[in-house]
Design a protein around this ligand. Structure first.
Ligand code: NAD
Ligand code: GLY
Length: 369
Protein backbone atom coordinates (compact mmCIF):
# COMPACT_ATOMS: atom_id res chain seq x y z
CA UNK A 1 0.00 0.00 0.00
CA UNK A 2 1.01 3.57 -0.57
CA UNK A 3 2.71 5.44 2.22
CA UNK A 4 0.45 7.81 4.13
CA UNK A 5 2.13 10.89 2.72
CA UNK A 6 0.82 9.93 -0.72
CA UNK A 7 -2.65 9.65 0.69
CA UNK A 8 -5.31 11.26 -1.47
CA UNK A 9 -8.92 10.38 -1.69
CA UNK A 10 -12.23 11.18 -3.24
CA UNK A 11 -15.49 11.11 -1.37
CA UNK A 12 -19.08 10.41 -2.41
CA UNK A 13 -21.86 11.13 0.08
CA UNK A 14 -25.05 9.05 0.02
CA UNK A 15 -27.98 10.71 1.69
CA UNK A 16 -30.86 8.36 2.49
CA UNK A 17 -33.92 8.48 4.72
CA UNK A 18 -32.16 5.97 7.01
CA UNK A 19 -29.08 8.23 7.32
CA UNK A 20 -26.09 9.25 5.27
CA UNK A 21 -22.72 7.68 4.69
CA UNK A 22 -19.53 8.29 2.78
CA UNK A 23 -18.00 6.20 0.04
CA UNK A 24 -14.28 6.94 0.06
CA UNK A 25 -12.09 6.09 -2.91
CA UNK A 26 -8.33 6.45 -2.66
CA UNK A 27 -4.94 4.85 -2.49
CA UNK A 28 -3.84 3.67 0.93
CA UNK A 29 -7.28 3.85 2.57
CA UNK A 30 -6.86 0.50 4.33
CA UNK A 31 -4.25 2.21 6.49
CA UNK A 32 -6.92 4.67 7.60
CA UNK A 33 -9.55 2.20 8.77
CA UNK A 34 -8.53 2.24 12.46
CA UNK A 35 -8.60 6.02 12.70
CA UNK A 36 -11.88 6.10 10.76
CA UNK A 37 -13.54 3.69 13.18
CA UNK A 38 -12.28 5.86 16.02
CA UNK A 39 -13.67 8.98 14.38
CA UNK A 40 -17.02 7.22 13.87
CA UNK A 41 -17.05 6.51 17.60
CA UNK A 42 -16.67 2.72 17.61
CA UNK A 43 -15.24 1.35 20.83
CA UNK A 44 -16.49 -2.23 20.92
CA UNK A 45 -14.70 -5.26 19.55
CA UNK A 46 -14.35 -5.09 15.77
CA UNK A 47 -14.88 -8.14 13.55
CA UNK A 48 -13.19 -8.49 10.15
CA UNK A 49 -14.81 -11.00 7.77
CA UNK A 50 -12.61 -12.03 4.87
CA UNK A 51 -11.32 -15.09 2.98
CA UNK A 52 -7.98 -16.91 3.52
CA UNK A 53 -6.29 -15.37 0.47
CA UNK A 54 -7.29 -11.81 1.36
CA UNK A 55 -6.35 -12.40 4.97
CA UNK A 56 -2.79 -13.06 3.86
CA UNK A 57 -2.73 -10.09 1.49
CA UNK A 58 -4.48 -7.45 3.61
CA UNK A 59 -6.47 -8.87 6.54
CA UNK A 60 -3.67 -9.35 9.03
CA UNK A 61 -2.34 -5.84 8.35
CA UNK A 62 -5.82 -4.43 8.72
CA UNK A 63 -6.22 -6.18 12.07
CA UNK A 64 -2.91 -4.66 13.23
CA UNK A 65 -4.08 -1.23 12.02
CA UNK A 66 -7.20 -1.48 14.19
CA UNK A 67 -5.25 -2.75 17.17
CA UNK A 68 -2.86 0.19 16.88
CA UNK A 69 -5.73 2.53 17.73
CA UNK A 70 -6.71 0.32 20.66
CA UNK A 71 -9.60 -1.56 19.07
CA UNK A 72 -9.82 -5.18 20.08
CA UNK A 73 -10.21 -7.04 16.76
CA UNK A 74 -11.03 -10.54 15.65
CA UNK A 75 -10.73 -11.86 12.13
CA UNK A 76 -13.15 -14.48 10.80
CA UNK A 77 -12.36 -16.43 7.66
CA UNK A 78 -14.80 -17.71 5.09
CA UNK A 79 -13.58 -19.98 2.27
CA UNK A 80 -13.43 -18.30 -1.14
CA UNK A 81 -16.31 -18.78 -3.60
CA UNK A 82 -19.86 -17.85 -4.53
CA UNK A 83 -21.16 -21.07 -2.89
CA UNK A 84 -20.20 -19.57 0.49
CA UNK A 85 -22.95 -16.96 0.10
CA UNK A 86 -25.31 -19.31 1.90
CA UNK A 87 -27.48 -19.54 4.98
CA UNK A 88 -25.25 -22.37 6.19
CA UNK A 89 -22.19 -20.10 6.10
CA UNK A 90 -24.16 -17.26 7.68
CA UNK A 91 -25.14 -19.67 10.50
CA UNK A 92 -21.49 -20.61 11.08
CA UNK A 93 -20.59 -16.92 11.23
CA UNK A 94 -23.35 -16.28 13.81
CA UNK A 95 -21.80 -19.06 15.92
CA UNK A 96 -18.39 -17.40 15.66
CA UNK A 97 -19.82 -13.97 16.52
CA UNK A 98 -21.37 -15.48 19.64
CA UNK A 99 -18.07 -17.18 20.57
CA UNK A 100 -16.05 -14.00 20.24
CA UNK A 101 -18.77 -12.09 22.09
CA UNK A 102 -19.56 -9.55 19.42
CA UNK A 103 -21.81 -6.83 20.82
CA UNK A 104 -24.55 -4.62 19.41
CA UNK A 105 -22.06 -1.89 18.48
CA UNK A 106 -19.29 -4.16 17.24
CA UNK A 107 -18.48 -3.03 13.72
CA UNK A 108 -18.40 -5.77 11.08
CA UNK A 109 -15.76 -5.08 8.44
CA UNK A 110 -16.41 -6.93 5.18
CA UNK A 111 -12.98 -7.14 3.50
CA UNK A 112 -13.37 -8.68 0.07
CA UNK A 113 -15.24 -8.76 -3.21
CA UNK A 114 -18.98 -8.94 -3.70
CA UNK A 115 -19.21 -12.39 -2.11
CA UNK A 116 -17.73 -11.28 1.21
CA UNK A 117 -19.57 -7.94 1.01
CA UNK A 118 -22.97 -9.57 0.44
CA UNK A 119 -22.44 -12.35 2.98
CA UNK A 120 -20.75 -10.17 5.62
CA UNK A 121 -23.41 -7.52 5.05
CA UNK A 122 -26.20 -10.08 5.45
CA UNK A 123 -24.69 -11.34 8.70
CA UNK A 124 -24.24 -7.76 9.95
CA UNK A 125 -27.85 -6.95 9.04
CA UNK A 126 -29.30 -9.91 10.89
CA UNK A 127 -27.09 -10.72 13.89
CA UNK A 128 -28.71 -9.15 16.97
CA UNK A 129 -31.01 -7.27 14.55
CA UNK A 130 -28.10 -5.42 13.05
CA UNK A 131 -24.46 -4.60 13.78
CA UNK A 132 -22.78 -1.59 12.15
CA UNK A 133 -21.31 -2.52 8.76
CA UNK A 134 -18.17 -1.16 7.12
CA UNK A 135 -17.62 -2.23 3.52
CA UNK A 136 -13.97 -2.63 2.48
CA UNK A 137 -14.34 -3.71 -1.16
CA UNK A 138 -11.30 -5.34 -2.78
CA UNK A 139 -12.54 -6.06 -6.33
CA UNK A 140 -13.33 -3.45 -8.96
CA UNK A 141 -16.90 -4.79 -9.12
CA UNK A 142 -17.35 -4.43 -5.38
CA UNK A 143 -15.90 -0.89 -5.41
CA UNK A 144 -18.26 0.38 -8.10
CA UNK A 145 -21.33 -1.71 -7.38
CA UNK A 146 -21.92 -4.26 -4.64
CA UNK A 147 -20.47 -2.36 -1.65
CA UNK A 148 -22.69 0.66 -2.34
CA UNK A 149 -26.44 0.85 -1.92
CA UNK A 150 -27.23 -1.58 0.87
CA UNK A 151 -28.28 -4.74 -0.94
CA UNK A 152 -27.01 -7.63 1.18
CA UNK A 153 -27.94 -11.24 0.51
CA UNK A 154 -27.20 -14.92 0.39
CA UNK A 155 -28.26 -17.47 -2.24
CA UNK A 156 -30.81 -20.14 -1.42
CA UNK A 157 -31.97 -23.15 -3.38
CA UNK A 158 -31.32 -22.53 -7.06
CA UNK A 159 -31.84 -18.79 -6.75
CA UNK A 160 -29.25 -16.05 -6.32
CA UNK A 161 -29.55 -13.24 -3.79
CA UNK A 162 -33.08 -14.31 -2.86
CA UNK A 163 -32.65 -14.09 0.92
CA UNK A 164 -31.52 -10.64 1.91
CA UNK A 165 -32.17 -7.15 3.11
CA UNK A 166 -31.59 -3.51 2.38
CA UNK A 167 -29.00 -2.68 5.00
CA UNK A 168 -26.80 0.32 4.42
CA UNK A 169 -23.17 0.36 5.55
CA UNK A 170 -21.86 3.08 7.85
CA UNK A 171 -18.90 3.67 5.54
CA UNK A 172 -17.44 2.29 2.33
CA UNK A 173 -13.65 2.55 1.95
CA UNK A 174 -12.34 1.53 -1.46
CA UNK A 175 -8.54 1.33 -1.37
CA UNK A 176 -7.52 1.28 -5.03
CA UNK A 177 -4.06 -0.04 -4.09
CA UNK A 178 -5.55 -3.49 -3.47
CA UNK A 179 -6.54 -3.76 -7.13
CA UNK A 180 -2.88 -4.46 -7.91
CA UNK A 181 -3.28 -8.00 -6.64
CA UNK A 182 -6.63 -8.58 -8.32
CA UNK A 183 -6.39 -11.14 -11.15
CA UNK A 184 -6.81 -9.52 -14.60
CA UNK A 185 -9.85 -11.71 -15.27
CA UNK A 186 -11.64 -10.24 -12.23
CA UNK A 187 -10.52 -6.71 -13.10
CA UNK A 188 -12.04 -7.12 -16.57
CA UNK A 189 -15.30 -8.32 -15.00
CA UNK A 190 -15.39 -5.07 -13.04
CA UNK A 191 -14.70 -3.05 -16.18
CA UNK A 192 -17.96 -4.39 -17.65
CA UNK A 193 -19.85 -2.67 -14.81
CA UNK A 194 -17.86 0.55 -15.32
CA UNK A 195 -18.81 0.58 -19.01
CA UNK A 196 -22.41 0.01 -17.90
CA UNK A 197 -22.35 3.22 -15.83
CA UNK A 198 -21.03 5.17 -18.78
CA UNK A 199 -23.81 3.96 -21.06
CA UNK A 200 -26.63 4.43 -18.57
CA UNK A 201 -25.75 7.86 -17.22
CA UNK A 202 -22.39 9.38 -17.98
CA UNK A 203 -21.23 9.96 -21.54
CA UNK A 204 -18.14 11.72 -20.13
CA UNK A 205 -17.16 8.58 -18.22
CA UNK A 206 -17.63 6.53 -21.40
CA UNK A 207 -15.39 8.97 -23.31
CA UNK A 208 -12.81 8.83 -20.54
CA UNK A 209 -12.76 5.04 -20.66
CA UNK A 210 -12.40 5.08 -24.44
CA UNK A 211 -9.55 7.59 -24.33
CA UNK A 212 -7.63 6.16 -21.39
CA UNK A 213 -8.39 2.44 -21.46
CA UNK A 214 -4.69 1.59 -21.75
CA UNK A 215 -3.94 3.41 -18.49
CA UNK A 216 -7.03 1.93 -16.83
CA UNK A 217 -5.93 -1.57 -17.79
CA UNK A 218 -2.41 -0.99 -16.59
CA UNK A 219 -3.75 0.28 -13.26
CA UNK A 220 -2.76 3.97 -13.38
CA UNK A 221 -3.98 5.12 -9.98
CA UNK A 222 -5.11 8.58 -11.00
CA UNK A 223 -7.42 7.45 -13.80
CA UNK A 224 -8.63 4.28 -12.04
CA UNK A 225 -9.58 6.39 -9.02
CA UNK A 226 -11.44 8.79 -11.27
CA UNK A 227 -13.36 5.96 -12.97
CA UNK A 228 -14.32 4.36 -9.63
CA UNK A 229 -15.31 7.74 -8.21
CA UNK A 230 -17.60 8.48 -11.16
CA UNK A 231 -19.19 5.02 -11.07
CA UNK A 232 -19.70 5.25 -7.30
CA UNK A 233 -21.25 8.71 -7.73
CA UNK A 234 -23.76 7.35 -10.25
CA UNK A 235 -24.65 4.40 -8.06
CA UNK A 236 -25.07 6.75 -5.09
CA UNK A 237 -27.30 9.12 -7.05
CA UNK A 238 -29.51 6.28 -8.28
CA UNK A 239 -29.79 4.67 -4.83
CA UNK A 240 -30.63 8.05 -3.27
CA UNK A 241 -33.61 8.36 -5.59
CA UNK A 242 -34.76 4.75 -5.29
CA UNK A 243 -33.27 2.97 -2.29
CA UNK A 244 -35.80 0.12 -2.36
CA UNK A 245 -35.46 -0.68 -6.05
CA UNK A 246 -38.99 0.26 -7.03
CA UNK A 247 -38.22 2.24 -10.18
CA UNK A 248 -35.09 4.13 -11.25
CA UNK A 249 -32.70 1.58 -9.70
CA UNK A 250 -33.80 -0.71 -12.51
CA UNK A 251 -31.50 1.10 -14.89
CA UNK A 252 -28.56 -0.50 -13.08
CA UNK A 253 -29.75 -3.70 -14.70
CA UNK A 254 -28.63 -2.55 -18.15
CA UNK A 255 -27.09 -5.65 -19.75
CA UNK A 256 -28.46 -7.90 -17.02
CA UNK A 257 -31.63 -9.27 -18.75
CA UNK A 258 -29.75 -11.25 -21.38
CA UNK A 259 -26.77 -11.38 -18.99
CA UNK A 260 -28.67 -13.40 -16.39
CA UNK A 261 -30.01 -15.69 -19.12
CA UNK A 262 -26.48 -16.31 -20.36
CA UNK A 263 -25.10 -16.98 -16.88
CA UNK A 264 -27.82 -19.48 -16.25
CA UNK A 265 -27.47 -21.25 -19.64
CA UNK A 266 -23.72 -21.55 -19.07
CA UNK A 267 -24.45 -23.05 -15.64
CA UNK A 268 -22.63 -20.04 -14.20
CA UNK A 269 -19.38 -20.95 -15.99
CA UNK A 270 -19.62 -17.62 -17.80
CA UNK A 271 -18.63 -14.93 -15.27
CA UNK A 272 -21.14 -12.23 -14.35
CA UNK A 273 -19.05 -9.43 -15.88
CA UNK A 274 -18.66 -11.28 -19.16
CA UNK A 275 -22.36 -12.14 -19.24
CA UNK A 276 -23.22 -8.47 -18.61
CA UNK A 277 -20.88 -7.39 -21.41
CA UNK A 278 -22.69 -9.69 -23.84
CA UNK A 279 -26.05 -8.61 -22.43
CA UNK A 280 -25.18 -4.94 -22.96
CA UNK A 281 -24.51 -5.72 -26.61
CA UNK A 282 -27.84 -7.55 -26.88
CA UNK A 283 -29.61 -4.48 -25.48
CA UNK A 284 -27.73 -2.13 -27.82
CA UNK A 285 -28.67 -4.24 -30.84
CA UNK A 286 -32.33 -4.40 -29.77
CA UNK A 287 -32.41 -0.62 -29.36
CA UNK A 288 -30.79 -0.24 -32.76
CA UNK A 289 -33.43 -2.53 -34.34
CA UNK A 290 -36.17 -0.49 -32.67
CA UNK A 291 -34.67 2.62 -34.26
CA UNK A 292 -34.04 4.36 -30.91
CA UNK A 293 -30.23 4.00 -30.76
CA UNK A 294 -27.83 4.75 -33.62
CA UNK A 295 -25.62 2.02 -35.06
CA UNK A 296 -22.61 4.19 -34.30
CA UNK A 297 -23.54 3.98 -30.58
CA UNK A 298 -23.60 0.18 -30.66
CA UNK A 299 -20.30 0.16 -32.51
CA UNK A 300 -18.68 2.33 -29.80
CA UNK A 301 -19.99 0.12 -27.00
CA UNK A 302 -18.80 -2.99 -28.81
CA UNK A 303 -15.34 -1.51 -29.41
CA UNK A 304 -14.94 -0.52 -25.74
CA UNK A 305 -16.15 -3.90 -24.44
CA UNK A 306 -13.79 -5.69 -26.75
CA UNK A 307 -10.83 -3.43 -25.94
CA UNK A 308 -11.49 -4.05 -22.24
CA UNK A 309 -10.82 -7.76 -22.84
CA UNK A 310 -14.48 -8.76 -22.65
CA UNK A 311 -16.37 -10.92 -25.16
CA UNK A 312 -18.78 -9.63 -27.81
CA UNK A 313 -19.80 -13.01 -29.24
CA UNK A 314 -21.70 -15.81 -27.49
CA UNK A 315 -19.61 -18.65 -26.08
CA UNK A 316 -19.57 -21.60 -28.47
CA UNK A 317 -22.37 -24.06 -27.85
CA UNK A 318 -24.77 -21.43 -26.47
CA UNK A 319 -27.67 -20.66 -28.82
CA UNK A 320 -30.05 -17.67 -28.87
CA UNK A 321 -32.97 -20.07 -28.24
CA UNK A 322 -31.39 -21.31 -25.01
CA UNK A 323 -30.74 -17.76 -23.79
CA UNK A 324 -34.31 -16.69 -24.56
CA UNK A 325 -35.72 -19.75 -22.79
CA UNK A 326 -33.57 -19.00 -19.72
CA UNK A 327 -34.67 -15.33 -19.69
CA UNK A 328 -38.31 -16.33 -19.89
CA UNK A 329 -37.85 -18.83 -17.11
CA UNK A 330 -36.02 -16.19 -15.08
CA UNK A 331 -38.95 -13.81 -15.34
CA UNK A 332 -41.64 -16.55 -15.22
CA UNK A 333 -43.19 -14.92 -18.26
CA UNK A 334 -45.93 -16.82 -20.04
CA UNK A 335 -45.89 -14.61 -23.10
CA UNK A 336 -43.04 -14.02 -25.46
CA UNK A 337 -42.09 -10.57 -24.14
CA UNK A 338 -39.23 -9.44 -21.96
CA UNK A 339 -38.24 -6.35 -19.99
CA UNK A 340 -35.03 -4.63 -21.08
CA UNK A 341 -33.09 -1.50 -20.16
CA UNK A 342 -32.25 0.04 -23.55
CA UNK A 343 -29.92 2.87 -24.57
CA UNK A 344 -31.22 5.99 -26.28
CA UNK A 345 -27.73 7.43 -26.57
CA UNK A 346 -24.49 6.90 -24.71
CA UNK A 347 -25.26 8.34 -21.26
CA UNK A 348 -29.02 7.75 -21.35
CA UNK A 349 -31.21 4.66 -21.06
CA UNK A 350 -34.88 3.85 -20.58
CA UNK A 351 -36.82 0.82 -19.39
CA UNK A 352 -38.80 -1.01 -22.05
CA UNK A 353 -41.21 -3.26 -20.14
CA UNK A 354 -41.95 -5.51 -23.10
CA UNK A 355 -39.59 -6.29 -25.94
CA UNK A 356 -40.75 -8.61 -28.68
CA UNK A 357 -39.01 -12.00 -28.59
CA UNK A 358 -38.30 -11.75 -32.32
CA UNK A 359 -36.11 -8.67 -31.78
CA UNK A 360 -34.31 -10.38 -28.90
CA UNK A 361 -33.66 -13.41 -31.08
CA UNK A 362 -32.36 -11.29 -33.96
CA UNK A 363 -30.07 -9.36 -31.61
CA UNK A 364 -28.66 -12.56 -30.12
CA UNK A 365 -28.23 -14.12 -33.56
CA UNK A 366 -26.00 -11.20 -34.52
CA UNK A 367 -23.81 -12.15 -31.55
CA UNK A 368 -23.06 -15.67 -32.75
CA UNK A 369 -19.29 -15.80 -33.18
P1 NAD B 1 -15.73 -12.29 -5.57
O1 NAD B 1 -16.13 -11.65 -4.31
O2 NAD B 1 -15.97 -13.76 -5.70
O3 NAD B 1 -14.20 -11.97 -5.86
C1 NAD B 1 -13.60 -12.51 -7.02
C2 NAD B 1 -12.28 -13.23 -6.69
O4 NAD B 1 -11.27 -12.26 -6.47
C3 NAD B 1 -12.31 -14.10 -5.45
O5 NAD B 1 -11.59 -15.27 -5.69
C4 NAD B 1 -11.59 -13.24 -4.40
O6 NAD B 1 -10.97 -13.99 -3.40
C5 NAD B 1 -10.58 -12.53 -5.26
N1 NAD B 1 -10.13 -11.22 -4.77
C6 NAD B 1 -10.93 -10.24 -4.30
N2 NAD B 1 -10.21 -9.12 -4.09
C7 NAD B 1 -8.93 -9.42 -4.41
C8 NAD B 1 -7.73 -8.68 -4.42
N3 NAD B 1 -7.71 -7.38 -4.11
N4 NAD B 1 -6.60 -9.30 -4.78
C9 NAD B 1 -6.62 -10.62 -5.15
N5 NAD B 1 -7.74 -11.37 -5.20
C10 NAD B 1 -8.88 -10.77 -4.84
O7 NAD B 1 -16.47 -11.62 -6.84
P2 NAD B 1 -17.02 -10.16 -7.14
O8 NAD B 1 -17.09 -10.08 -8.60
O9 NAD B 1 -16.31 -9.10 -6.38
O10 NAD B 1 -18.50 -10.21 -6.54
C11 NAD B 1 -19.50 -11.04 -7.09
C12 NAD B 1 -20.64 -11.10 -6.10
O11 NAD B 1 -21.18 -9.80 -5.94
C13 NAD B 1 -21.80 -11.99 -6.54
O12 NAD B 1 -22.16 -12.83 -5.47
C14 NAD B 1 -22.92 -11.01 -6.85
O13 NAD B 1 -24.20 -11.54 -6.59
C15 NAD B 1 -22.60 -9.88 -5.91
N6 NAD B 1 -23.13 -8.56 -6.30
C16 NAD B 1 -23.85 -7.86 -5.39
C17 NAD B 1 -24.37 -6.61 -5.70
C18 NAD B 1 -25.10 -5.83 -4.65
O14 NAD B 1 -25.67 -4.78 -4.98
N7 NAD B 1 -25.08 -6.25 -3.42
C19 NAD B 1 -24.12 -6.05 -6.95
C20 NAD B 1 -23.37 -6.79 -7.88
C21 NAD B 1 -22.87 -8.05 -7.54
N1 GLY C 1 -26.69 -4.20 -8.42
C1 GLY C 1 -27.97 -3.58 -8.66
C2 GLY C 1 -28.41 -2.72 -7.53
O1 GLY C 1 -27.70 -2.47 -6.59
O2 GLY C 1 -29.53 -2.27 -7.54
Amino acid sequence: LAANNHYKMKNVKIDLASGEYDVQVGEGLLEQVGSTLQALGFRQKAVIITNPWLRGLYGSRLKANLEEVGLETVLLEVPDGEEEKSLVRAGLLYDRLAEVQAERLSPILALGGGVIGDLGGFVAATYMRGLPLIQLPTTLLAMVDSSIGGKVAVNHGRLKNNIGAFYQPRRVMADVAVLRSLPVFEYENGLAECIKYGVIMDAGLFDLMERRLGEIKSGSVEVVEEVIFRCASIKAAVVEKDERDLGLRNILNFGHTAGHGLESVSDFKLSHGRAVALGMMTACKIAEKMGVFPHQGSARVQALISAAGLPVTLPSGITPEQVIAAMQHDKKKAENRLRFVLPRKIGEVFVQPEVDGILVREALEEQIG
